[in-house]
Design a protein around this ligand. Structure first.
Ligand code: S3P
Length: 172
């Protein structure tokens, strides 16, 4: 059984996925890391810089396919992954999708601290970042909100979100 956490950059997918996997004794998979391994790249920024976003998205789809026969795993997807082609449908077919929902303001405040390592937001001022997040989230929301489970994450710690999602890892 595979749980796919989806949501905007900075919503806490990796932290929650790692915590949930640990609690359940499941494997933790970071989709971005898997893409980097497949590409032989140090990080996502390197792939964007040397091969471009289109190639990154192609590798990202391949990485999703590589999870088709996983055992019990919690996967942190990249923020754009469910919003490209039919990726969201594919994720929904492969496992249970969970949207970690956060407001543009909360996302902006969290992202202010990590702009450097994210190629899509590097160099933006706080005002530019809020505008960017608001617009891109509006575009992506229709994909994210198709997830089977939607969790409101504003002002809630990752620890509490992990506890709330624990029931999803209990086998029927
Ligand atoms: C992206 C989000 C990133 C990473 C890449 C593109 C996006 O993942 O996949 O930089 O398009 O939103 P995180 O959501 O883990 O930051």
């Amino acid at each position: 059984m595979t749980l796919f956490l989806v949501g905007f950059m900075g919503c806490g997918k990796s932290t929650v996925a790692r915590g949930l996997a640990e609690l359940a004794g499941w494997e933790f998979v970071d989709l971005d890391r898997r893409v980097c391994q497949m590409a032989g790249a140090e990080d996502v920024a390197e792939i964007f810089a040397t091969r471009g976003e289109e190639e990154f998205r192609r590798l990202e789809r391949e990485a999703i396919e590589s999870l088709a026969f996983s055992g019990n795993a919690v996967v942190a997807t990249g923020g754009g992954a469910p919003c490209v082609g039919d990726n969201m449908e594919r994720l929904m077919a492969l496992g249970t999708t969970v949207y970690l929902k956060m407001s543009p303001l909360a996302l902006r405040d969290r992202l202010l601290h990590v702009r450097v390592v994210r190629p899509k937001i590097v160099g933006k001022s706080p005002e530019e970042l809020l505008e960017y997040v608001t617009e891109l989230l509006a575009e992506r929301e229709p994909y994210y909100s198709r997830a089977r489970v939607v969790v409101d994450c504003d002002n809630i710690s990752s620890r509490v979100i992990v506890a709330r999602l624990k029931y999803l890892t209990r086998q029927p």
